[in-house]
Design a protein around this ligand. Structure first.
Ligand code: GUN
Ligand code: ZN
Length: 433
C-alpha cells in the first residue's frame, strides 16, 4: 500500500550549477513550501498554498515553521576507519599516515571492532545531515562488509571499497596484487548495487601500490560498467615528489593512474591541489571528478584547492570532509572552511554554489543526480530539516537576514550538527535532534 506523507517548511534545492546558468537560475526556493513523499520517493514539491489542497484529509503533514529543508548532504571523500583518530596533532600527510593512520587502520582486521566504528560513523554522518558518502574502508575485506551491513540497517545510499595497498605500508596493512583484485571482486559481486549500496575500487594512492596492483585495479574497473574508482591525488608537495621518484616514466601524478586505466566517469580523486593544466584537462576529458576537502587541506597543511581552475576545465567537483584528516563530519562546517580557502585566493564562494557543491554537485560527481542531491519529483527522499532556531546566535543572526542566500550563508558559517533538526533517508527518519 502506498504511503503518503508531507513536510511543510521553507525548502531550497539546487537544480543546476550556478557556473552554467547563473546563481538565480541554479535553485528553487519555496518560502512556505511543501514536500510530498510517497514511500521512499518525492512525489511533489512546491508552495504549500498550492499543494496542500491536493492532499486528502488523512495525509499526515509535519509542519516546521522554523525549518529549512534541503537535500541530504553528499560527502564525496571520507574514511570511516579514521573516525576515532580525528584531531591527531602536528603532522603533515606522510608522517601523519605513519604516526596515526596506519596503526589505527590496523585494528580493522577485527570485524566486531569495524562494525562498532561503522555504526558510530554512520550516526555521526546522519547527525550532520549527510545521507550519502564515498567511503574508504581499510585493506581488510571485513572492514567493508561491516560498513555495508551497518549502512543496510538505515537503507542509506552509500559507496565503499577495500583499500588496495601492497607496498610502502606496514606489513599488517598490505595485501598483494592478486589478493586485492580477488577480494575486491568478491566484494563487488556481493555488495555492488545491493539495495542502495555501491562499490568503489580503492587503491589508497599511487605510493602504496605497485604497477602490478594498479594494473589489476584498472582491469577490474574495466570489467564492470558502473563500479566506482576512489583514490587520492596530488594532496601534498612531498607526496607529489615521492610519486615522481616512484614512477619516473609518468608525465605527472595523474598520469600514473591514467596509465593504469583508472580514469573514468565514475572515478573520484580526493584533493587534486597541486595539478598542472594537462592534469585538469585529462580529468575533464575522462569525466573524472575531484573531491574538495577544505578542513583536511588546512588541518594537515596540504594547500589551497583551486576551485576556479576546476571550473575553467569543467571538472565535476564535490565536497569531502576527509575525516580523519578532516576535522569535522559537518558539511556546513566544511563549507565554512571552503569559503575561507577560496577567500585566501581572492575569490568568492557564493552560498548557492556552496549548497550546490554539497548536494547536486556531489551527486553529479558520483553520477547519481537522477536519484539524489536535489528534490525533483521522482528522486529519492533523502533530505534534512535545518533549524533556524538551532542556537541563540543562529536564531538572532537569521532574524536579521534579508534573503534566503544570506540565511544559507549564516547556516554555513555558524551551523554544525546542532543545526540539523532531522535527517531522512528514502523517506524514513534516520536522525532526530
Ligand atoms: N593519502 C593516502 N592516504 C591518505 C589518507 O588516509 N588520508 C589523506 N588525507 N590522504 C591520504
Ligand atoms: Zn582521504
Amino acid at each position: 500500500m502506498s504511503q503518503l506523507k508531507a513536510w511543510r517548511a521553507a525548502i531550497i534545492h539546487c537544480i543546476a550549477d550556478p557556473k552554467d546558468v547563473g546563481v538565480e537560475h541554479a535553485y528553487e526556493y519555496f518560502e512556505d513550501g511543501l514536500l510530498i513523499v510517497e514511500n521512499d520517493t518525492i512525489k511533489a514539491i512546491g508552495h504549500a498554498a498550492e499543494l496542500l489542497p491536493t492532499l486528502t484529509s488523512d495525509t499526515q503533514v509535519e509542519h516546521h515553521p522554523d525549518g529549512l529543508i534541503t537535500p541530504g548532504f553528499i560527502d564525496t571523500h571520507i574514511h570511516y576507519p579514521q573516525t576515532d583518530m580525528i584531531g591527531s596533532y602536528g603532522e603533515q600527510l606522510l608522517t601523519w599516515l605513519n604516526t596515526y593512520t596506519f596503526p589505527e587502520e590496523g585494528k580493522f582486521h577485527d570485524k566486531a571492532h569495524a562494525r562498532d566504528v561503522a555504526d558510530r560513523f554512520l550516526q555521526e554522518l546522519l547527525r550532520n545531515g549527510t545521507t550519502t558518502a564515498l567511503v574508504f574502508g581499510t585493506v581488510h575485506k571485513v572492514s567493508v562488509e561491516a560498513f555495508f551491513e551497518a549502512s543496510e540497517v538505515h537503507n542509506l545510499r552509500m559507496i565503499c571499497g577495500k583499500v588496495m595497498m601492497d607496498r610502502n605500508a606496514p606489513e599488517y596493512l598490505t595485501d598483494t596484487p592478486e589478493t586485492s583484485y580477488q577480494e575486491s571482486k568478491e566484494l563487488i559481486e556481493a555488495w555492488h548495487n545491493k539495495g542502495r549500496l555501491h562499490y568503489a575500487i580503492t587503491p589508497r594512492f599511487a605510493p602504496t601500490s605497485s604497477d602490478e596492483q594498479l594494473s589489476l585495479a584498472g582491469q577490474l574497473l574495466n570489467e564492470y560498467d558502473d563500479v566506482y574508482m576512489h583514490t587520492h591525488l596530488s594532496e601534498n608537495k612531498d607526496e607529489c615528489a615521492w610519486v615522481q621518484d616512484l614512477f619516473p616514466a609518468s608525465k605527472n601524478y595523474l598520469d600514473v593512474y591514467d596509465e593504469h586505466k583508472l580514469l573514468s566517469e565514475r572515478s573520484v580523486f580526493a584533493h587534486g591541489i597541486h595539478l598542472c593544466d594537462s592534469e585538469y584537462h585529462r580529468l575533464h576529458e575522462t569525466g573524472s571528478a575531484i573531491a574538495f576537502c577544505p578542513t583536511s587541506n588546512l588541518f594537515i597543511g596540504s594547500g589551497l584547492f583551486k576551485l576556479g581552475k576546476a571550473e575553467e576545465h569543467n571538472i565535476h567537483v564535490g565536497m569531502g570532509t576527509d575525516v580523519g584528516g578532516g576535522t569535522s563530519f559537518s558539511m556546513l562546517q566544511t563549507l565554512n572552511e571552503a569559503y575561507k580557502v577560496i577567500q585566501l585566493q581572492n575569490e568568492n564562494l557564493s552560498p548557492i554554489k556552496s549548497l550546490y557543491l554539497a548536494t547536486l554537485g556531489g551527486a553529479k560527481a558520483l553520477r547519481l543526480e537522477e536519484k539524489i542531491g536535489n528534490l525533483m519529483v521522482g528522486t529519492e527522499a533523502d533530505f534534512v530539516i535545518l533549524d533556524k532556531k538551532a542556537t541563540p546566535l543562529i536564531s538572532s543572526r537569521l532574524a536579521l537576514s534579508k534573503s534566503i542566500e544570506e540565511s544559507l550563508f549564516v547556516f554555513m558559517t555558524l551551523g554544525d550538527d546542532r543545526a540539523i533538526k532531522a535527517t531522512y533517508s528514502a523517506g524514513q527518519c534516520v536522525h532526530q535532534r
